[in-house]
Design a protein. Sequence first.
Lengths: 201, 201
Amino acid sequence: MQRDSSTEDRILASARKIFLDRGLEGARMQDIADDAGINKALLHYYFRNKEKLFDTIFVQVVDEFLPRIFAILNGDQPLFEKIKLFCSEYIGQIIQTPYVPMFIIQEVNRDPQRFIKKVMHGKHPPFQKIIAQINQEIKQGIIKPTNPVQLLLNIISLCIFPFLARPMIQTVTGMSNKDFFHLMEQRSEEVCSMIIYSIKA
Amino acid sequence: MQRDSSTEDRILASARKIFLDRGLEGARMQDIADDAGINKALLHYYFRNKEKLFDTIFVQVVDEFLPRIFAILNGDQPLFEKIKLFCSEYIGQIIQTPYVPMFIIQEVNRDPQRFIKKVMHGKHPPFQKIIAQINQEIKQGIIKPTNPVQLLLNIISLCIFPFLARPMIQTVTGMSNKDFFHLMEQRSEEVCSMIIYSIKA
DNA sequence: GTCTATAACTCGATAGAC
DNA sequence: GTCTATCGAGTTATAGAC
């Protein structure tokens, strides 16, 4: 709780924290109010209801996360450089905000329509360019013939999954938080070289 | 709803369906009762409360899912065969029950203690054998020097992640259910050959 | 075992004073 | 803008008849 910032900002910061931790259904307006140092009534004064408050946070979180993927994938670098960039930037980013991937996946699963309406609406399919690039580099003989969609799935899977399954991984292996994040820092390089090795001609 | 089976079995079948679809917090006892063709009071007669009913389903689902992983990983085949087995068996299995991975991940995230108490308690760490095998095959020169934990993470990530992110993937790419499952059927072979290619000496 | 009725409680939302 | 007090809907859980 930050007593010095404006009420609305404190609400947003607290809502983000609680929603990221527990999702829409798990979060309690009371807990958000407590964390922000105000009462429930004031939450409704600023954001008319729970849904609207959640929407604000959801869009905020998704809009600072997904564009990073697409920005790198749609850049102008050669494919190998993109992959390298993606792995290091992306895993680095998730290490800073490890709850974000699970939050997004969970909420898109619970209500895909919200995602379509609030986030995707009006945006064009963001994978066109990278798919074209993959096909072109195949034709040029830089990489082996590869299904572009599978390749993209591979990259994203390898980077994100461990953070989704983190509680289970740590439970099953007995890793501490420190162990886990250390493993993830190594992983960036690991994933990158594996992907590139698997596709280079 | 199966009118011919016993009440308890019908409750379990309905609870499984509803809990898998919506999780502990999203599921309503009323919906489970409706689906089973009985009333709420009878749910409490058979399973004292929602938690206990959920625990039963959770343990059931996890116990028929995780052991499949461990059985293959702890078998006696050479590593390459294990990986091949794992990819085909595992993706094939998930295609049959595509909601299971998300259900498990979500509920372990929400309450890791339940997982520890109800599932892991008393079981020994299940990755010892496969890790030893990986290290041995490295020493024998069959596979390249590799961090065993990263390798296992890679295999599991590649197989499971697409099913966790399925609603988002289908939204972003515009794939139909049929398209998606077709892609996943190809994927088994795809993942297998990629992994093996990346580690063979 | 199975039902109806309802108690007990949680939680989002609102009224109204300051 | 911010608070206290309270309403009312929705849910789990129980009492008690059959």
